[in-house]
Design a protein around this ligand. Structure first.
Ligand code: CDP
Ligand code: MG
Length: 157
């Protein structure tokens, strides 16, 4: 079966960078087999935070959310691979860390919602919009030789 290759945006929020686990979290995605298509340390201005969280405008936690993501640099990345959007969401875990399963990032490292370490796109449309917002120059396309051992590309049909 040929799986659909997708790109998704992740943001390792200020708590991940401040706690010194940004590299460790990136390593989880890398070990899973996903490929970096873009990667950058970003100081989040209020304008970017507002655009990124526009869908939550008006909600009770919106102001805290915008302030929290702007408080300190973040690591933004585009991850690419078969079913990347669902794979990454599953690895990140439930929004509220006390509901996140062990084995997920939030279930293994986080305790409260505003300190849940990572943002991940939730659908193809939001992934495309978020990638364009955070990486206006576009992701970098390339292949790795190991891909054929992890994807349908090299699997016997
Ligand atoms: O990040 P995710 O897609 O799982 O959750 P969301 O519903 O898109 O909410 C965005 C972020 O707002 C969450 O990751 C939390 O940091 C925060 N949030 C919160 O603090 N309290 C809530 N009740 C809902 C979300
Ligand atoms: Mg969300």
């Amino acid at each position: 079966m040929t799986e659909i290759v997708q790109r998704t945006l992740i943001v390792l929020k200020p708590d991940a960078v401040q706690r010194g686990i940004a590299g460790e979290l990136l390593g989880r995605f890398e070990r899973r087999g996903l490929r970096f298509a873009a990667l950058r340390l970003v100081t989040v201005e209020r304008a970017l935070a507002e655009l990124h969280y526009a869908v939550h405008k008006g909600k009770f936690f919106y102001e805290d959310l915008v302030k929290t993501i702007s408080a300190s640099p973040v690591v933004a990345a585009v991850l690419e691979g078969p079913n990347a959007i669902a794979v990454v969401r599953a690895m990140v875990g439930a929004t509220r860390p006390h509901e996140a399963a062990p084995g997920t990032i939030r279930g293994d490292y986080a305790l409260v919602g505003l300190r849940n370490l990572v943002h991940a796109s939730d659908a193809p449309e939001t992934a495309a919009a978020e990638i364009a917002l955070w990486f206006p120059e576009g992701p970098i396309a390339y292949t790795r030789d190991v891909e054929r051992w992890m994807t349908d590309e090299g699997a016997p049909s």
